[in-house]
Design a protein around this ligand. Structure first.
Ligand code: TRP
Length: 331
């Protein structure tokens, strides 16, 4: 890798990638790869904090990695790999557990949400999830972490742990910055536009999967929840319309204001149709590449094997430094 600054980001192989993930994360990553060395990981270790079916998980992990590549991430220029293939993640995670306070972890809103949702399985992994995320980031001396706004708290914890560790042992970790894309950071559910579009939404009409075919996309937008005012405007209280305008603007690259002007005087039906069309066109090239890639298993295999090798090399360097600082005898 050249000496460009380093980006690390991880995506959970749960559910399917949504339009929200695509506009909020994947699409940005593609732009970032020109200016940064990018390390992208399918965070399969994180995924078992909720129960998974083994066969389905294996398939989903492959699907996600393939989607990264289909979105235009260059797996040879960058590092794309499975988290479980680089054991340093689990190792550093243990160490950082000893530098994270229960009081800090108790405050994590995602933990509170998830334990409410999975009351029958509040496991310790769910609790220390943000520590593993910190390990992911700190292993690579990461400069920048592109994440959705919902991960901001975890990122701050990561910084706190790193600062604490450095305070005791000297400059071991680079303190990472968050990169939260301003536009389209929050694409909301089509069925409940007050909550984030989520791939784990049990109502499939709430989200657009990036692999949804054109008819499905049209149908889902047609059913999108709006309001009864009949006026296309962007303002508080018009969550459904705001969301559609946000999506349209993110996809077309124009400002929300421009979109509002474009639809002035038109009805909700037209808005829904045009948003659907724009989304279909946006996703089409990626979907075509995805179809090609799934036929080329050898290539995919080479990308993640090489990826893990290169990631492992970088991670080992940081872990060695940490071990020395802690006082472990050299291997
Ligand atoms: N927790 C992140 C999410 O749910 C996924 C993640 C794991 C991640 N490790 C990371 C994101 C490291 C950025 C950096 O979206």
């Amino acid at each position: 890798m050249s000496d460009k600054p380093i980006i690390f980001s991880g995506i959970q192989p749960t559910g399917c990638s949504t339009l929200g993930n695509y506009l909020g994360a994947l699409k940005n990553w593609v732009d970032l790869q020109n200016d940064y060395n990018c390390i992208f990981s399918v965070v399969d270790l994180h995924s078992i904090t909720v129960r998974q079916d083994a066969t389905a998980l294996r398939k989903r992990c492959m699907d996600f990695l393939t989607q990264y590549l289909a979105c235009g991430i260059d797996g040879e220029e960058n590092i794309v790999f499975f988290q479980s293939h680089v054991s340093a993640h689990a190792e550093l995670s243990w160490i950082l557990n000893c530098f994270a306070y229960m009081g800090e972890l108790n405050r994590m809103t995602q933990f509170k949400d998830k334990s409410a949702k999975h009351a029958d399985n509040i496991n310790a992994g769910l609790y220390t999830y943000p520590v593993l995320m910190a390990a992911d980031i700190l292993l690579y001396q990461t400069d920048l972490v592109p994440v959705g706004i919902d991960q901001k708290q975890h990122l701050e914890l990561c910084r706190d742990i790193a600062i604490r560790f450095n305070g005791i042992y000297g400059d071991v970790f680079k303190i990472p910055e968050g990169y939260i894309p301003k536009e389209a950071a929050r694409i909301m559910s089509l069925q409940d536009p007050t909550s984030k579009m989520s791939k784990s939404d049990p109502n499939v009409n709430g989200f657009i999967s990036i692999l949804d075919d054109p008819d499905t996309i049209k149908r889902k937008f047609k059913r999108a929840v709006t309001d009864s005012e009949g006026e296309i405007a962007f303002r508080d209280g018009k969550d459904g319309i705001n969301n559609l305008l946000n999506i349209y603007s993110a996809v077309t690259g124009q400002s929300v204001e421009q979109s509002v002007n474009e639809f002035a005087g038109l009805g909700y039906g037209v808005l829904k149709e045009r948003v659907a069309e724009a989304v279909i066109e946006e996703l089409r090239p990626m979907q075509e590449r995805y179809a090609d890639l799934t036929k080329n298993k050898d290539y995919i295999n080479k990308i993640y094997t090489e990826g893990a090798k290169r990631a492992g090399y970088m991670a080992a360097k940081t872990l060695r430094k940490v071990h020395r600082k802690l006082g472990y005898v050299d291997r």
